[in-house]
Design a protein around this ligand. Structure first.
Ligand code: XIL
Length: 385
């Protein structure tokens, strides 16, 4: 597997980094450890995100490995507007179709990601042929067509859709996205209603990063309450979960989980990773994918492998989160990792390109890390039920 993931990384076009041979290079090759999906079966789904090379089976072994560990799968990019419909009338469903087929063949829940977002949505959606902003009716029509084409195509096969991604800023104010500017303040209700019409069986989620910040949390709660009061279909809240060794605090994390759980909705961690790398001081902490900083040596300290003490700190952090998630298993319905292994996780390229991060439970050889054991050790209450 080492060869496989590293040769994949060598292909220049891939957003995957592969560290040099690690200290443990003589260790046994990857054997399938006990399965996350079985350990947490009595509590919640455990999912993974998959990039196109994995979905299209270009990296031998990964599809089987993922199916042995996870019972939910999200397309890392393949269902985003820009990938499915990059220019007007031009649709590319091949990778998304393959993902749904793979999931069904392996009894995995498919999570659709994402229908309405300000990022990775092509400019043409918001513009006319002269490059000017379209009016409300035109955008509503385009949105409705997108819902029908995408959510409608997979209707009945999707467990849940991230309907709306990242509509609220960290301070709790609305993001001034083209969606809100053009459709108006009440666009949130509209997008959930349209998604429900396109796929009446799918659970519908609001998804965002930094969901543990009190300002953002309170704004999300207020938004969802308003939707619920008006009978708008919404079934869950996704906390993306791009975490670090020192964030969020367990207090902020649990306060957010409980605030969302109190709404009577399902709560999910939808894109979990725990970066071990320093955050560039010039950037706000978060997952706004437009953020970027230059690479410098001191920002990339673990190119030769993950030191034991850092691996342990990461394991402790993962354990703390899972302990709280398991304790809330009556309303936590899924935890999805944003990738399969350290090799493919996006943090190798965000917010600094070309670093060697180690954010996942499996290393670049698909071997379980201390974080894997620590997470598994929290599964006891799930087995008891
Ligand atoms: C990321 C992907 O992992 C990258 O491959 C891509 O280049 C940018 O988007 N929040 C989200 C995800 O909701 O869709 C983002 O995924 C990460 C942040």
């Amino acid at each position: 597997m080492k060869q496989v993931l590293c040769s994949l990384a060598a292909s220049a076009s891939l957003l995957i980094t592969c560290g040099p041979a690690f200290a443990q290079e003589n260790a046994a090759p990857a054997t399938n450890p006990a399965a996350l999906k079985e350990a947490f079966d009595g509590c919640f789904l455990v999912g993974t995100a998959m990039n196109r090379w994995f979905i299209m089976d270009e990296v031998p072994g990964v599809l089987d490995f993922a199916a042995s560990q996870f019972n939910a799968v999200t397309a890392e990019n393949a269902m985003k507007w820009g990938r499915i419909n990059p220019s007007k009338g031009d649709y590319h469903f091949g990778i998304a179709d393959a993902l749904v087929d793979y999931a069904e063949a392996n009894d995995m829940a498919v999570i659709g990601h994402t229908l309405v977002w300000h990022s990775q949505t092509p400019d043409w959606v918001f513009e006319n042929w002269r490059g000017q902003s379209v009016d409300r009716d035109t955008l509503l029509e385009r949105l409705e067509q997108h819902m029908e084409k995408v959510a409608g195509r997979y209707s009945g096969r999707i467990h849940g859709w991230d309907v709306l991604n990242e509509a609220i800023l960290d301070d709790g104010s609305w993001r001034d996205s083209p969606w809100r500017r053009i459709l108006g303040e009440d666009y949130v209700a509209t997008v959930f209603e349209m998604a429900h019409e396109a796929d009446p069986q799918a659970e519908l989620y609001y998804n965002d990063y930094n969901m543990y910040l009190p300002g953002k949390r309170d704004a999300v709660v207020a938004m969802v309450k308003d939707l619920q009061d008006r009978g708008v279909p919404i079934h869950g809240i996704g906390m993306q979960g791009h975490f670090g060794l020192d964030r969020p605090s367990v207090e902020d994390f649990t306060a957010a989980l409980d605030a969302y759980g109190a709404l009577g909705l399902k709560v999910m961690i939808t894109e979990m990773d725990v970066t071990v790398l320093p955050w560039p001081e010039t950037l706000e902490v978060g997952a706004d994918i437009s953020a970027a900083a230059e690479n410098r040596q001191e920002l990339d300290p673990y190119t030769a492998g993950l030191p034991d003490d850092i691996a342990q700190a990461q394991a402790d952090q993962y354990a703390a989160f899972f302990r709280e998630l398991v304790a809330r298993r009556d309303f936590v319905s899924r935890v999805t990792f944003w990738g399969v292994s350290d090799a493919d996780n996006w943090k190798n390229n965000f917010p600094v390109r070309g670093r060697t991060d180690h954010p996942m439970l499996f290393d670049r050889y698909l071997r379980p890390k201390p974080a894997f054991d620590a997470v598994m050790a929290e599964a006891g209450p799930c087995r008891a039920e």
